[in-house]
Design a binder for this molecule. Sequence first.
Ligand code: DAH
Length: 375
Amino acid sequence: MLKQRMFSEIKTLKSEIASEIEAANDLKALDDVRVTALGKKGRITALMKTLGAMDPEERKTKGQELNALKDEIAALIEKQEAALKRQAMDERLASETQDVTLSPRSSEMGHIHPISQTVEELTAIFADMGFTVAEGPDIEDDYHNFTALNFPPGHPAREMQDTFFLPNDPEEDGERAHKLLRTHTSSVQIRHMQAHKPPHKIICFGRTYRSDYDMTHTPMFHQMEGLLIDKDIHMGHLKGCLMDFVRAFFEIDNLPVRLRPSFFPFVEPGAEMDIACSRKGGGLRLGGNPDGSVDGWMEILGCGMVHPNVLKNCGIDPDTYQGFAFGMGIERMAMLKYGIPDLRTFFESDVRWLRHYGFDPLERPNNATGVQKTT
Ligand code: DAH
């Protein structure tokens, strides 16, 4: 009799609690149901307590049934809890929307410095021609900055590149111990050729230093270096490469260029490249005249065929490999292209200057869009 009563009691209890669980429409209500069913004074707990008064046989079967009930109720609560949480999250997601398409507030947007912009443009152009970017240290030594580049100790060409010297490095000997701030990025040619096997096709950007200060010189400035070493390379490759480059950079298709002989110890022959310009009517205009004539020339970079001594210093046989190198001032390129009159202003960190001469960060040149602005 007792057996029968308990069985139907369990069944009723189960369906009652199950419907209470189903009716609980928030986590608080669900927790109340859990406490009244499974808590210390809960209904199932109360039934469990009656097991003690039963005979062992009955206690065993009832105990199993009650435990099963407990488990089933706990599982139902867990399921309902997960459903309620999911529902709460769905409601939050629906109400707390965020408009990620909000347009940027242009008045608060920063600007890209003309140096960075110019470096990006130079990279895009030379990357298109297959050059990769190499790097070298700002703190150089006499060997990499001068001697390996065929400036022997005491050579007058060193005088033209007076720089800042650092204390000797006790861990090195001779010229490698004489530390200095590099006067040009040409030292990266040496580092690259000594570390890699030819062929070489690299460009390099970086800060360079000289002990100078006036309207066209600052103690720190930026240079770009280029180096191409392969078999059967001649001066025609040099001229073609640099002509394509200046025309792409200044965005003038038929910009007249000329090579003028010049001296740099690490190239032979050495040259400076000039581009056509005109100062007629005040101001500076790049390019020739419509009839093909040229009013004047302006120097923009140094270049030449890499000197056999430099190749030998880097373990390259000059009878097998030849090549060319070129170097230019990045500020100078930016000043000419963007009409910036005073070199010193590049480093004054004046936000008004940057607002005027800087560039939209969303329009940086890259290999996909090229140098030209999209708007
Ligand atoms: N390093 C030279 C300078 O700072 C520029 C230069 C000239 C680099 C000729 C070159 C070159 O690679 O071939 O004035």
